[in-house]
Write a protein that binds this ligand. Structure first.
Ligand SMILES: [Cu+2]
Length: 204
């Protein structure tokens, strides 16, 4: 009987069935707006899905770029998935150094990549979670930040405090923030297919 039913379903019908099954787990986008209190700006705030229980993410094959350009780290804040390799480049005519005094406050994870001239780059794979202040020991006024998180679902806010985290699998999660000036904030979020809007407040 079953055999007969399957034989009577055309290839096109089968394809439609697979599409239907796939749409049952359609990802959604988290569209958010951050309001700040006591801070200079709502820009450059890292927002990320804290964790997805039972789900492990493979080390990304694609590298992330962090440049030193115009005597600044560019971009100023980058969020990366754990085990991402960052390529540090130097676009300035002067030598720059890259070092970090800790990872997530752990001074044992301090590291100095050295100093190198324009046009060269050095790579490093970040396997520990936490925020990292990037510094240059040639130019003490320079700073940038890496935020290493446990999921690939993250974003950095723009000048108006807005952000979009794309293609998040449906589920109930906790959004967290990291910023240079503000205290960490958390916000529950329910993701389904389509777009979910969230409001976040970050306090100094
Ligand atoms: Cu420098």
């Amino acid at each position: 009987m079953m055999r007969h039913i399957f034989q009577s379903i055309s290839t096109t019908a089968l394809a439609s069935l697979f599409l239907l099954a796939a749409s049952g787990v359609q990802a959604g986008d988290i569209k958010g707006k951050i309001t700040v209190h006591g801070m200079r700006s709502a820009e450059n705030i890292a927002v990320y899905v804290d964790a997805i229980p039972g789900k492990a993410f493979p080390a990304p094959t694609q590298h992330v770029a962090m440049d030193q350009k115009g005597m600044t780290f560019a971009p100023h804040v980058v969020v990366i998935l754990k085990d991402t390799t960052v390529d540090f480049s130097n676009s300035d005519a002067v030598g720059h150094n890259v070092y970090w005094p800790s990872v997530g406050g752990d001074k044992k994870l301090a590291h100095n990549l050295g100093t190198w001239p324009q046009g060269q780059k050095k790579s490093f794979t970040f396997s520990d979670l936490g925020a990292i202040a990037l510094l240059c020991n040639v130019h003490p006024e320079m700073s940038g930040y890496l935020v290493v998180v446990a999921t690939p679902y993250s974003a950095v806010s723009d000048k108006t405090g807005q952000f979009v985290i794309k293609d998040v699998p449906p589920g109930h999660y906790t959004l967290k923030t990291w910023s240079e000036e503000g205290k960490p904030a958390t916000q529950p979020v329910d993701v389904a297919a389509g777009e979910v809007e969230v409001q976040l407040t970050v306090q100094k």
